[in-house]
Design a protein around this ligand. Structure first.
Ligand SMILES: Cc1ncc(COP(=O)(O)O)c(C=O)c1O
Length: 452
């Protein structure tokens, strides 16, 4: 018997390759033995669990301030949380945003993290083209395509996506550009952690305004700032908000407290001009759950009001130290194999490009690390396999129809978020063995030189 599934339902009934890979690894993951450099989990030590418990107790103890915190909430988000976010932005001059600018913008809280706001966009827009960087935030881009959008990727470099290349790509689309739905730009990209420079931010905003004029309708530019509060390299340029460059009301910023407080709170928000899009996102929140859990929003408000500065300092110091140690390990052990190493200044990923070592799931490198070579020396005995290392292969991070497919097959995302430094360095050492193994295999498979 068949089901009358929608196109989305049919596409979603088959787990994406990366989900399958992670699920396979998770089923028999051995704590303390296997090393997971694949997950985008935050480091457990950054989660202020005692403070969160304290915050919840304060919320429960002060119903006059945190009203009905264990009841349903409203779809715009908790007024306390929205107020706390506004205050935080202004007190810390986040992105250079000032009071007059913020007063013109609305802040809405999604029902379940930034993810739920991204989801709302996929419902609020007529399916069409979405422009983003390559490598791309594969989770959302994969979702967009299941929802009927076409993701158009433009290769990035260490400064992020190149606006001139975006412009050229849009021009090259010819008539198809009429289907342009929106721009989706991750300011500190996942997977690469490339930081979009301020000059490019400004230029992208101009570009979105320009294409909006040409198409006779607003083509919004969404800046996903999931990692923006995790800019831990003191030498890096301080980001200016895209809202500061926006005279045409095209810019929306999407933020999350997942990476700096706790993913389990599921608090994500969007800042943008009031209007039909904001209203549709609010309605979508109401449709899927009325609001983010109100108690969580109040806890988040309390944390923003009382502990955010010390929390950010703590989290960023932690990732900064980890990034330094891991960078050294990568350079020392994998350096000779690498064409490029990105990331490490913000967020918690490095993005590696090997010169000639394939990293895809069929490659000797991957099979060495997952202990599936078939060679007992490498894999270890079946009952007690040697330590396995998992990463996100670049083949999943680049768009399958984009210009970076071949390059993606020798790239990988390495997360230094979840695991601790000694385990990460052990994993990098095993990666070095895997790279040696891959190179030796390739050399042995090369046709012998003809005898001279
Ligand atoms: C670029 C990007 N956007 C959004 C999210 C999701 O954030 P949230 O936990 O708020 O749903 C992530 C999480 O990894 C991310 O990397």
């Amino acid at each position: 018997m068949t089901l009358r599934l929608s196109a989305y339902g049919r596409a979603s009934a088959v787990p994406s390759p990366v989900n399958r890979m992670m699920a396979e690894f998770a089923t028999d993951f051995r704590d303390g033995v296997d090393i997971n450099l694949g997950v985008g989990y935050v480091n457990e030590k950054t989660i202020p669990d005692r403070r969160l418990v304290e915050a919840l107790a304060e919320v429960a103890a002060h119903p006059e301030r945190y009203r009905q915190a264990f009841n349903y909430g409203g779809p715009h988000g908790s007024p306390n949380l929205v107020r706390a976010l506004r205050r935080y932005y202004l007190e810390h001059r986040i992105g250079g945003i000032d009071e007059a600018l913020l007063a013109r913008k609305e802040i809405v809280i999604g029902p379940s993290g930034a993810t739920s706001i991204l989801d709302a966009l996929a419902d609020a827009f007529e399916p069409g083209l979405v422009v983003t960087a390559d490598p791309m935030y594969y989770i959302y881009c994969n979702y967009l395509e299941r929802k009927g959008f076409r993701v158009v990727t433009v290769p990035e470099d260490h400064e992020g996506i190149d606006p001139d290349a975006v412009d050229a790509r849009l021009t090259a689309l010819g008539d198809a550009v009429r289907d342009l739905a929106f721009f989706y730009i991750v300011t500190i990209n996942n997977p690469s952690c490339a930081i979009l420079s301020n000059a490019r931010r400004r230029r992208l905003v101009e570009l979105a305004a320009d294409w909006s004029r040409r198409l006779g309708r607003t083509v919004p530019l969404f800046f996903d700032q999931a990692y923006e509060w995790l800019l831990h390299d003191p030498e890096a340029e301080r980001p200016v908000s895209g809202l500061c460059f926006d005279d045409a009301d095209v810019v929306h910023e999407i933020g999350t407290l997942s990476k700096v407080l706790a993913p389990a709170l599921r608090i994500g928000f969007m800042i943008g001009p009031p209007g039909p899009l904001m209203d549709a996102v609010v309605q979508k929140t109401s449709d899927v759950g009325f609001s983010a859990p109100l108690a969580n929003q109040e806890v988040a408000a309390y944390m923003l009001e009382h502990h955010i500065a010390e929390q950010l300092a703590h989290v960023n110091a932690g990732y900064r130290a980890k990034a330094r140690a891991v960078r050294e390990g990568i350079d020392e052990m994998l350096g000779p194999f690498l064409e490029d190493r990105g990331g490490g200044s913000a967020g918690f990923y490095f993005y590696l490009t090997f010169r000639d070592v394939a990293t895809d799931t069929g490659s000797p490198f991957f099979r060495y690390l997952t202990r599936t070579t078939g060679d007992p020396e490498i894999d270890g005995p079946a009952a007690q396999r040697n330590p396995r290392v998992i990463y996100i292969p670049g083949e999943y991070c680049v768009h399958p129809a984009g210009a970076s497919v071949a390059k993606g097959r020798r790239q990988l995302r390495l997360s230094y978020g979840f695991e601790e430094v000694p385990a990460i360095l052990r994993a990098v050492a095993i990666m070095r063995e895997a790279a040696d193994y891959a190179r030796a295999r390739r050399d042995s498979e090369r046709p012998a030189c003809p005898a001279s």
